[in-house]
Design a protein around this ligand. Structure first.
Ligand code: SF4
Length: 243
C-alpha cells in the first residue's frame, strides 16, 4: 500500500453553490505557483499542512449522506497529482460525482483524471488572451494551459468529460479580453464571472450582459448579486441557428 500525503487547505462539508443543481462537499488542496491579484484563497497558496490521505477521505465520507458530488479546488488541486487521483478515485468508489476547478497549468494531471474516468466536471480558468498570459501570470504557462484546453475540449466532445466550462474572471478595464478568449475556447460553455478586488468597482450583471452581447456563445453570468444566470444574446441565438 502506498502512503500518500495531502497538502491540505480546507474542507467544506456541504455547499449548494459550487455545482449548479447539486449539493456537494468541497476539498481545498493547498499550494499554487500563480499569484492572481484577485485570488480569494491567498491563505492556502503556500505553506504546509500535511495529512494522510485516509483522513481526507474520511472527511468526504462524512458528507456522503448529504451530497451527490465532491469538488476539488484550491490553491491549485492538480498540483498534487497523486493525492488528487487518490481522492477522486475514493470519491468515485463512494458513488460521488467529481468536479475539479483548475487553472490548467498541470495538463498531465488533467489527462490522467480524464483517462481514468475520475472527473465528471471540469472548470478551467482562462485568465487572459494567450499573448498576455505569461506576463500576467509571471511564468511559462501558456502552452500548458493551451494543452489543458485542448484535452478538455476533445474529451468533452468524445463524452469522456461530461461537463466542461471555461471560466473568465472579468474586471473593469479588461472587457476587451473576452472576445479573444472566447474565440480560442471554441464551442464550449463560457462563464463570465464578476471579478472582485478591493480597488475596482465590479462589473454589474447588466455590464456583463453587454459584453456577452458581442459573443456568438450563450454564456453563464456569475455575480455576487444575482448568482448564476444563463444568458443568450440575439447574436448567440442567430449563431446557434446557423450551426
Ligand atoms: S490560479 Fe487560482 S488559486 Fe492560484 S492564485 Fe490564481 S486564483 Fe488563486
Amino acid at each position: 500500500m502506498i502512503f500518500i500525503q495531502v497538502n491540505f487547505g480546507g474542507f467544506v462539508p456541504l455547499s449548494t453553490v459550487d455545482w449548479r443543481g447539486r449539493s456537494v462537499c468541497t476539498v481545498f488542496l493547498r499550494g499554487c505557483p500563480v499569484r492572481c491579484i484577485y485570488c480569494q484563497n491567498t491563505a492556502i497558496l503556500s505553506g504546509s499542512d500535511l495529512r494522510g490521505i485516509d483522513e481526507v477521505i474520511e472527511m468526504i465520507r462524512g458528507s456522503r449522506m448529504l451530497v451527490s458530488g465532491v469538488i476539488f479546488s484550491g490553491g491549485e488541486p492538480t498540483m498534487q497529482k497523486d493525492a488528487l487521483l487518490a481522492l477522486a478515485g475514493a470519491s468515485k468508489e463512494m458513488n460521488l460525482l467529481v468536479g475539479v476547478q483548475t487553472n490548467g497549468i498541470y495538463p498531465d494531471t488533467i489527462d490522467a483524471l480524464i483517462k481514468k474516468r475520475m472527473v465528471d466536471r471540469l472548470a478551467l480558468d482562462i485568465k487572459a488572451r494567450w499573448e498576455r498570459y505569461n506576463n500576467l501570470l509571471g511564468g511559462n504557462y501558456v502552452r500548458k494551459v493551451q494543452r489543458s484546453l485542448t484535452l478538455c475540449r476533445d474529451s468533452h466532445e468524445s463524452g469522456m468529460l461530461p461537463e466542461f466550462e471555461v471560466v473568465i474572471t472579468l474586471f473593469r478595464g479588461y472587457e476587451d479580453e473576452v472576445p479573444y478568449i472566447a474565440a480560442d475556447a471554441g464551442d464550449v460553455d463560457i462563464v463570465l464571472q464578476q471579478g472582485v478586488t478591493g480597488e475596482l468597482k465590479p462589473l454589474s450583471e447588466d455590464e456583463l450582459k453587454m459584453i456577452a452581447d458581442g459573443l456568438e456563445h450563450a454564456v453563464k453570468l456569475r455575480t455576487r448579486e444575482g448568482g448564476e444566470l444563463l444568458y443568450e444574446s440575439d447574436r448567440s441565438r442567430r449563431a446557434s441557428r446557423k450551426r
